[in-house]
Unconditional design. Structure first.
Length: 236
């Protein structure tokens, strides 16, 4: 059965829209744990557009399930990770202008930097996952560098419809099988929603699914009526 890593970045996005203290992603992490999350995932971006250094530090002290830090292959990030020591680091590509992570890490092109980062993180006792497109050369390289986990990028599957979506699912299934054949743990994420997640969760050997935007989007609406009722009661 697949496990669930809940990405709480967009709780922080809402807070940063006003540069205030609410909603606090630390509270969201606690509620996600109460809801059964197997992991809490945060992406500390170089531009700090949502998660802040303080969030990561408090989460390290409070999260009781696995804490998974997504970050770029940058010396500053590897240093922060080695100091804060999340249970896992997922290395992702990062471009400043992007709305969200667009595509997997090109670990073939960045082999040397990835190798250095993986050694440093593993020496600090941190499990390493690489966020990759479902492509054999990327997966082979991940295995040769000693990453323990590959998270397959599901964005192309999530964005496709009909026959194209089915083709993308077949591609993910093949890549997933290859990840396990080279001895790595299999994870997946990006763009997964309440409508498209089930076929991915059912892929053979699927481990962790990291899901953020869709859960945060639903939480806003599921909680909206109650939030309005509470304000109305206060002023009435
Ligand atoms: N996995 C990785 C590696 C990501 O970068 C992201 C987005 O931060 C996710 C999963 C979650 O994607 P989404 O917010 O679309 O569910």
């Amino acid at each position: 059965m697949a496990t669930l890593g809940v990405n709480i970045d967009h709780v922080a996005t809402l807070r940063q829209a006003r540069r205030t203290v609410e909603p606090d992603p630390v509270w969201a992490a606690a509620l996600a744990e109460l809801g059964g999350a197997d992991a809490i995932t945060v992406h500390l971006r170089e531009d700090r557009r949502h998660i802040q250094d303080r969030d990561l530090e408090v989460l390290r002290r409070t999260v009781q399930v696995k804490l998974n830090l997504e970050c770029a292959l940058a010396p500053e990030m590897v240093e922060i990770a080695c100091r804060v020591r999340p249970d896992q680091v997922t290395i992702v590509p990062e471009r400043r202008a992007e709305v969200t992570t667009e595509g997997g890490l090109d670990v073939v092109a960045h082999r040397r930097a990835a190798a250095d980062a993986i050694v440093r993180l593993r020496d600090a006792g941190i499990a390493v996952s690489l966020f990759l497109d479902p492509a054999a050369p990327q997966i082979e390289t991940a295995a040769s560098l000693g990453a323990g986990i590959v998270e397959l990028h599901t964005g192309c599957y999530a964005n496709a419809d009909g026959a194209e979506r089915q083709a993308r699912l077949v591609e993910l299934a093949g890549a997933g099988e290859f990840v396990r054949r080279v001895g790595l743990e299999l994870a997946a994420g990006h763009g997964l929603t309440y409508r498209n997640v089930v076929p991915v969760a059912r892929l053979d050997g699927m481990g962790e699914l990291n899901i953020g935007h869709s859960i945060v989007a639903r939480a806003v609406l599921v909680g909206f009526r109650e939030a309005v009722r509470e304000m109305k009661a206060l002023i009435g």
